[in-house]
Write a protein that binds this ligand. Structure first.
Ligand code: KE4
Length: 419
């Protein structure tokens, strides 16, 4: 494939923007080569600035569950632009979206809208600390909850991709408030609570991990987290920024039947626009300013443009439960019969092809994958019009715009690689 325009743009970009990208995982650092600059997207496909077309399995890292430019969202955006873009004052649309979120995710009794998943998790953590009066957080190695100072400890996503164990710039005192444990290890969590239970404000977990690649919870793991946090009166935070509205309308908590105390949401909630949210038990959420002592704020929080896209997205998902059947079926077709030497993890429409013949259940097992071979596979597929996540340690996504023909073309192309 010819990608001279991407290469020219990238040469300019690296002089102006760190790594030439506005988010590290986009830089192709772990798979090598030059990032593809995108000209447009439609349905399941993207076209790059050189006119090459790709079937897109990144879907903007999760938001595009209906594919690129879904009609309901585009229509809502056209309509809202007639009334304005931002007021810095409350609007009826925010009330409508809050009611929609609570209908979809019943554990959320009160909700606050923010602008990114990072803001949502940062705020949820502050609220958990303020509510409990405790300072410590349990997180899991390989999980990523945005670039919150105290959570950039053994994090996944871009940090795992770049092989950064712990980032510079975070004071040791911040990192020391985070206890990073192996995902799926109930024993490790029990021990941490036995030793420091009265100091632990919260456990924050990706109920299905996307950020070390897709890793499902072991049977009983989420139930154990719920039991232990209840026993030690810590707050259980489900980070559903990726899984929310994707694994079910009610997210992973609906799929696994667990009721967290707080939930963070993002990605799909904004229909592709910058928006996220955190919410949960009313007794906890009432501690937030201006009604309580815990401060959190945002100039563009709940802005009518992103909120209108979110209303359109959630209204569509509510009215079309068949979306989840389609996603189950299409992703099943995509991930059936993995070749020898490849372990496929998938939950719903999240999936990862790990280049290892061993099970992948946590960060230790994920990082045994052959990232060099993954890089070769990535480029083999990219050069044949299939755009996968440019990292072994990311989840791929299927949307309702992916046709059976798209899936068949992808499977056939992958089969050619392994031939
Ligand atoms: P943002 O701040 O990027 O909107 O959300 C942070 C976040 C929080 N929680 C979970 C479970 C997430 O997956 C994310 C962000 N996900 C990554 C993809 N693995 C975003 C991609 C990127 O960093 O460019």
């Amino acid at each position: 494939m010819i990608r001279t325009r991407s290469e020219t743009l990238f040469a300019r970009a690296v002089k102006l923007i760190p790594g030439g990208v506005n988010s590290p995982v986009r830089a192709f650092r772990s798979v090598g080569g030059t990032p593809v600059f995108i000209a447009k997207g439609d349905g399941s496909r993207m076209v790059d600035v050189d006119g090459n077309e790709y079937i897109d399995y990144v879907c903007s890292w999760g938001p595009l569950i209906l594919g690129h430019r879904p009609a309901p969202v585009i229509e809502a955006l056209r309509e809202v632009l007639e009334i304005g873009t931002s007021f810095g004052a409350p609007t009826g649309r925010e009330v409508q979206l809050a009611e929609l979120i609570m209908e979809c995710v019943p554990s959320i009794e009160m909700v606050r809208l923010v602008n990114s998943g990072t803001e949502a998790t940062m705020s949820a953590l502050r609220v958990a600390r303020g509510f409990t009066g405790r300072d410590l957080t349990i997180k899991f190695e390989g999980c990523y909850h945005g670039h919150v100072d105290s959570l950039l400890v053994k994090a996944g996503s871009g940090m795992a991709t770049l092989g950064i164990a712990d980032t510079a710039g975070v004071p040791a005192s911040f990192a020391a408030t985070t206890i990073a444990l192996p995902y799926n290890s109930i024993d490790a969590v029990e021990q941490a609570f036995r030793e420091r239970g009265d100091q632990i404000a919260a456990v924050i977990v990706e109920p299905v991990v996307g950020n070390m690649g897709c890793v499902p919870p072991a049977p009983g793991f989420l139930e154990a987290l719920r039991e232990l946090t209840r026993k030690y009166e810590a707050i259980l935070i489900f980070d559903e920024v990726m899984t929310g509205f994707r694994l079910a309308l009610g997210g992973a908590q609906q799929r696994y039947g667990i009721k967290p105390d707080l939930t963070t949401l993002g990605k799909i909630i904004g229909g592709g626009l910058p928006m996220a949210a955190y919410g949960g038990r009313a007794d906890i959420m009432r501690k937030i300013a201006p009604v309580g002592p815990i401060y959190q704020a945002g100039t563009l929080s709940g802005n009518p443009v992103a909120v209108s896209a979110g209303i359109a997205m959630l209204t569509y998902l509510q009215a079309h439960p068949e979306v989840y059947e389609i996603l189950e079926e299409r992703t099943g077709q995509l991930t059936a019969n993995p070749p020898a030497g490849v372990t496929v993890n998938r939950v719903g429409s999240m999936f990862t092809f790990f280049f290892t013949d061993q099970p992948v259940t946590d960060w230790e097992s994920a990082k045994r994958s052959d990232t060099k071979r993954f890089g070769e596979f990535f480029h083999f597929m990219l050069d044949r019009g299939i755009y996968l996540a440019p990292s072994q340690f990311e989840a791929g996504f299927v949307s309702t715009a992916h046709t059976e023909r798209d899936i068949a073309q992808t499977v056939d192309t992958a089969r050619d690689y392994f031939r």
